[in-house]
Design a protein around this ligand. Structure first.
Ligand code: PEP
Ligand code: MN
Length: 243
């Protein structure tokens, strides 16, 4: 049988790492593992949007330092969430890409403030935002001057409770038809369960996503944040082989 030509296949951007930076050992182990598999962008939260104020909130600037050092050691780029306009300058010292979380998508003064600076931005869709609201949030950033934007679909809040959120595959071609910015899909937060992440990631790529953001942890059972949805290293390697 003739070999298939891959000449026209597009490259899928992979962003991966733990939900939160927890320790030097945790983030270094993860970066080393991911870099070996060719992943170029390391994620890890230092400021975490937690529902419960008593839950782990992230290591703050110390976490950013650990994240930056781990990425530099293994030649990777860093993406991390900024939650507060007062932190934009500080987070920018450590990050290559700034993440705007789902809960902040409707915070238009914050979007405008981020749009004034030059770092690339990954904007997560609000968990209850319509496509129109998502695209208007993008406009706030553009209007402030920054057109270096990545869009991220991370699942919606629906009545379904078999997954943490609902990943609407139809929104992938819909977003792509309305915007030229790259679309990253985050199946980890949508699934809330590591057993579903690989299937959902493959579905997202088949539907036209330009990239994936995946939570992975060296020891998910001990994770301080989002452990149930974090892939183990073995599962992450399987995902990379299957896409
Ligand atoms: C995250 O990426 O860790 C995160 C908190 O995501 P979201 O804003 O989509 O809930
Ligand atoms: Mn998370």
């Amino acid at each position: 049988m003739a070999r298939q030509s891959y000449a026209n296949m597009k490259e899928i951007t992979i962003i991966a790492g733990p939900c939160a930076v927890e320790s030097k050992d945790q983030i270094e182990k993860t970066a080393e593992f991911l870099a070996k598999l060719g992943v170029k962008i390391l994620r890890g939260g230092a400021f975490k949007p937690r529902t419960n104020p008593d839950d782990f909130q992230g290591l703050g600037e110390e976490g950013l330092k650990l994240l930056r050092a781990a990425a530099d050691k293994f030649g990777m780029q860093v993406i991390t969430e900024v939650m507060d306009p007062r932190d934009i300058e500080m987070v920018s010292k450590y990050a290559d890409i700034l993440q705007i979380g789902s809960r902040n998508m409707h915070n238009s003064p914050f979007l405008a403030e981020l749009g004034k600076q030059k770092k690339p931005l990954l904007l997560k869709r609000g968990m209850s935002a319509t496509l129109n609201e998502f695209l208007q949030a993008v406009r706030y950033i553009e209007k402030a001057g920054n057109k270096n934007i990545l869009l991220c679909e991370r699942g919606e809040r629906t009545f379904h409770d078999e997954t943490r959120f609902t990943l609407n595959l139809g929104s992938i071609p819909a977003i792509k038809s309305k915007s030229n910015y790259p679309l990253i899909v985050d199946p980890s937060h949508a699934a809330g369960n590591r057993d579903y992440v690989i299937a959902m990631a493959k579905g997202a790529i088949a539907a036209g996503a330009d990239g994936l953001m995946i939570e992975v942890h060296p020891d998910p059972e001990k994770a301080l944040c989002d452990g149930p949805q974090a892939l183990t290293f073995t599962m992450f390697e399987q995902l990379m082989n299957e896409i």
